[in-house]
Design a protein. Structure first.
Lengths: 359, 75
């Protein structure tokens, strides 16, 4: 069970450690004052990674080999040499950092805005744009959701086969490679897009995937929080069925139980551009039967006047499925140590949080 | 030889006091400076080598009284 939580926030990377039941304290804040968009602890070797979004000064990537005591700036994924002229792409955000498989030491994947997927073979020292995906003709139809450009925010490596990688794109659908990135196919059968004109709703590339996660113990089970609905597949990336978290189907993150393929958590909100908890009562919606039904969990969460929105990487479950962490754009951090039945507020005054990761 | 300096916001990656480097254009000056400050380019240029729209470059030309009569008309 994880006793350490990394919080990537608007004002730094905050390292929380558990001191007792419901009691967590800040052990260290790295990059104090700087926006950290994503973070990762590589379970294979303990290396820490932090992606920074320094605005006019660009996107940066840092690595720590001493558990966060010191950091070195390493190469960020780059679009140098890609495209021509004023419209040539440049890196706007590192939205996802994930490890390769256990048989691929040193391999990392990075999902980015404006839509490129990058791979490193050397722990982030160098990066290579995956050209088969970038050059895929259907990628031209991808478009920006909340950002001006599309982005890869979810990268799910199949634990059975490291060459199988499934990604979620906003806005661009669900894509998968089965040969380590040499070729890609679009999936997402069953997804639909309410914001598209008639006749366009079901097209795979029009799907605004907010978050895609894979059940570690049952890797054919995938869960999606989409812009206008939630979905689950028990048969891989091209066989989704709609499910209905309560009290709203809109939200950004989804977390799935690592060993129970029927259990997942969502954070419902009022839809589209409003994005606050329904009735301003913060809740988590949990299913334990594959989406047939949902419980609304609210113990320990604010039940009036809440403006909390959980971003797509702001909800995470640990390797036991019992400990969850959730943090909002309003700077509130909660942890549950019983699968979401009850939540403890760990902080009510953080900066906006972009991502949380167990470490 | 021209001199170049960067905002104090970049003191971790480049010179904030004027330093002399060879270059006929701003781009050449940055290239030359970056040989001594390898992280600099990643903070002032994007990965296509373009300046961010918000960046401002201020160029001052030293006045040479000997050339006053032949001062060029343009900036």
């Amino acid at each position: 069970m994880s006793d350490r939580l990394l919080v990537a926030s608007r004002k730094g990377l905050i390292d929380y450690r558990r001191k007792g039941a419901g009691r967590w304290e800040i052990a260290r804040t790295s990059f104090l004052g700087s926006p950290v968009s994503q973070t990762l602890k590589d379970p294979r070797d303990g290396t820490l990674y932090a992606a920074l979004d320094l605005g006019h000064f660009g996107v940066k990537l840092h690595r720590s080999s001493d558990d966060g005591a010191t950091w070195e700036e390493i190469a960020a994924p780059s679009y140098e040499g890609i495209g021509e002229g004023e419209d040539a792409p440049s890196l706007k955000l590192i939205w996802a950092i994930e490890t390769g498989g256990p048989d691929e030491p040193g391999v990392l994947w990075a999902g980015t805005i404006p839509g490129g997927l990058f791979r490193s073979e050397d722990k982030g020292s160098t990066w290579t744009l995956n050209r088969p995906l970038w050059d895929e003709p259907a990628r031209a139809a991808w478009f920006g959701g909340g950002y001006d450009k599309p982005g890869v925010h979810s990268v799910c490596v199949d634990p059975r086969d490291s060459k199988v990688v499934t990604i979620g794109v906003s806005i661009g659908g669900v894509w998968e490679t089965r040969d380590g990135g040499k070729s890609w196919a679009v999936g997402g059968k069953g997804l639909w897009a309410a914001y598209m004109p008639p006749g366009e709703e079901g097209k795979p590339g029009n799907q605004d995937i907010h978050r895609l996660v894979r059940c570690a113990a049952a890797p054919d089970v995938l869960w999606i929080q989409h812009h206008n609905a939630a979905f689950r597949s028990a048969a891989g990336f091209d066989a989704f069925k709609e499910i209905k978290p309560q009290p709203s189907v809109f939200g950004f993150p989804v977390a799935c139980h690592p060993s129970d393929p029927l259990t997942a958590w969502f954070t419902p909100a009022v839809k589209d551009e409003f994005r606050y908890p329904v009735d301003q009562r913060m809740v988590v919606s949990r299913t334990c039967d594959g989406g047939k039904s949902f419980e609304v969990l609210r113990e320990g969460l604010p039940q009036e006047g809440s403006f909390d929105l959980i971003y797509r990487h702001g909800l995470v479950v640990d390797e036991t499925g019992e400990r969850l962490a959730m943090a909002s754009t309003t700077g509130n951090l909660w942890i549950s140590e019983n699968g979401g039945d009850a939540w403890s507020e760990i902080s009510g005054h953080l900066p906006p949080v972009y991502a949380v990761r167990w470490a | 030889m021209p001199r170049i300096a960067f905002t104090r916001h970049l003191e971790a990656v480049g010179p904030c006091e004027p330093c002399s480097y060879a270059g006929a254009t701003v781009a050449e000056l940055i290239e030359a400076t970056a040989r001594d400050y390898p992280r600099l380019k990643g903070y002032v240029l994007d990965d296509q080598g373009r300046f961010a729209q918000a960046h401002r470059r201020f160029c001052r030309r030293r006045h040479d009284p000997a050339r006053e009569g032949a001062w060029p008309g343009g900036g």
